[in-house]
Design a protein around this ligand. Structure first.
Ligand code: GDP
Ligand code: MN
Length: 380
């Protein structure tokens, strides 16, 4: 299991490795807000499991809120080596004087961990390994004895690291080894491990591969769920959400109704992007959360909202949906079927708003959304 940078950094922080303050953002608005809280400059970073994000344009420095928002918008639209960018890490930017590479992995033939260090950090370490392997220092670690400070110092000395950086680098290396052992990793990497002009040291990136057959019990609860950020966000918002691979976002209340909706949409030739049950009392706030979540899935090109209200006030639900769509500035077609108290008022509100189609029959709604999405352009 390969962790995303921010997840790896959370584990780094637990062993006291120096990680710059930062937070995850799922939208340009959130990126802007977080950047403001952190203070400028910040780095806006694509969270994908593949490396080489910097080269692909997925790492950008922002000096103002507007820049942060702009970079976030651009990066959230990117696909890096086939992987869609689903969220961002916003961190305080660190001034870099020097970039090192530090890694620990298993050397299977030696049957023990090996520590890797290079002064050529920041760039593709595989490239350095190929073109100038002498620039990577190695040292095996005894699993029984652990990593001794004197081993690290010798390695750093061979790499001709300045005396003034020895202490901090030794400390970071020992903490990284602790992370490697405690989290049963196959590989941990900090690249770049950066020094500032003032002599401060920071882990600016993380790479963490855990052993799927031996996942540690120490990782925080619900960690695996975080691998899919949408499902994690749903969990936190108290929404029952399952990601599917189609293009029509589905929101309904009650698991049975949502399942019936999925079937109908399929029957009409559409492909559902998710299962989402907002639960019994579909309030405006719940609807808003649900819509935000569904629209974060970049495959979604249209949404079908199917609410069987009962005591729920349909006009309030409609208002929640309309406000959310306005706030997002989203331009995907939405078909809404509302049944319940004040349903006529709810439908009237929707009919006045561009981008919505209000229906009272769910079969009609399913056909409508399948037709609209079938003929709509790629969302970009
Ligand atoms: P990768 O390309 O996927 O390995 O992503 P990284 O997180 O390693 O970032 C790529 C490069 O962006 C780094 O090597 C740095 O040169 C630069 N970078 C990342 N964080 C910072 C930062 O806080 N300050 C500055 N000045 N540059 C950064
Ligand atoms: Mn890196």
């Amino acid at each position: 299991m390969k962790l995303l940078e921010y997840q790896g950094k959370e584990l780094f922080a637990q062993v006291d490795l120096p990680v710059p303050p930062g937070k995850v953002a799922n939208t340009p608005e959130a990126a802007k807000r977080i950047a403001g809280e952190l203070g400028f400059p910040v780095v806006v970073k694509a969270q994908v499991a593949t490396g080489g994000r910097g080269k692909a344009g997925g790492i950008q420095i922002a000096r103002t809120s507007e820049e942060a928002e702009k970079h976030a918008t651009d990066i959230l639209r990117m696909t890096i080596q086939g992987e869609h960018v689903r969220c961002l890490l916003i961190t305080q930017a660190v001034e870099i004087e020097q970039e090192y590479y530090l890694g620990i992995t298993l050397d299977r033939s030696a049957r023990r961990p090996v520590l890797l260090f290079s002064r050529e950090g920041g760039v593709d370490i595989e490239e350095v390994a190929k073109s100038s392997p002498e620039k990577i220092q190695k040292c095996h670690i005894s699993p029984l004895e652990g990593l001794h400070a004197h081993q690290v110092r010798r390695l750093l000395f061979e790499a001709q690291v300045p005396q003034s950086q020895m202490g901090a680098l030794t400390d970071v290396t020992q903490k990284l080894y602790r992370a490697f052992v405690e989290y049963h990793a196959h590989l941990v990497e900090i690249n770049p491990l950066a020094f500032t002009p003032e002599g401060g040291i920071w882990a600016l990136d993380s790479k963490f591969i855990l052993d799927d057959d031996d996942l540690p019990t120490k990782i925080p609860n619900g960690y695996e769920e975080r691998i899919d950020p949408l499902e994690q966000a749903a969990h936190e918002a108290d929404l029952q959400y399952v990601k599917l691979d189609g293009s029509i976002g589905i929101i309904g209340n009650g698991a049975g109704l949502v399942m019936a909706t999925l079937d109908l949409v399929k029957l009409k030739g559409g492909r559902p992007a998710n299962f989402l049950d907002v639960g019994g009392g579909a309030t405006a706030a719940q609807m808003s959360k649900a819509l935000l979540l569904v629209l974060r899935d970049r495959q979604v090109r249209g949404v079908f909202i199917n609410i069987f209200g009962g005591i729920t006030r349909c006009d309030l639900v409609a208002q929640g949906i309309i406000e959310t769509q306005k706030a997002l500035g989203m331009r995907v077609p939405m078909v809404v079927r509302l049944v319940g108290t004040n349903e006529a008022e709810g439908r009237a509100l929707l009919k006045q708003t561009q981008g919505f189609i209000a229906v009272s029959d769910m079969e009609e709604g399913a056909a409508e959304i399948a037709r609209l999405v079938g003929s709509s352009q790629e969302r970009n």
